[in-house]
Design a protein. Structure first.
Length: 118
């Protein structure tokens, strides 16, 4: 059993930055791909970024490529999403999930709200 808890969300003006954290407990996530998703009001949940267990492979949605960076610190059992040059269209609830790169998404966090104002 893995529990994932997101934090770091908040309100920021366009052009600003935020760093989200996804802290895992219950078991180590060092061998597992972790992904970030987001869901804006009235829209379906969409993939944002993923990072392999070792951190050696990452993937991004085209909409965030060059602006967001996913990383992990396996010693802290935590995955991060550094978000820069934020746009109003980045406003959403952000979720982390265990899974990705072909592995099923089997554990999800509760989400953290990010609001970007123009």
């Amino acid at each position: 059993q893995v529990q994932l808890v997101e934090s770091g969300g908040g309100s920021v003006q366009a052009g600003g930055s935020l760093r989200l954290s996804c802290a895992a407990s219950g078991r180590t996530i060092s061998g597992y791909t972790i992904s970030w998703f987001r869901q804006a009001p009235g829209k379906e949940r969409e993939f944002v970024a993923a990072i392999s267990g070792s951190g050696g492979r990452t993937g991004y949605a085209d909409s965030v490529k060059g602006r967001f960076t996913i990383s992990r610190d396996n010693s802290k059992n935590t995955v991060y999403l550094q978000m820069s040059s934020l746009k109003p269209e980045d406003t959403a609830v952000y979720y982390c999930a265990k899974g990705g790169f072909g592995s099923p998404y089997d554990y999800w966090g509760q989400g953290t709200q990010v609001t970007v104002s123009s």
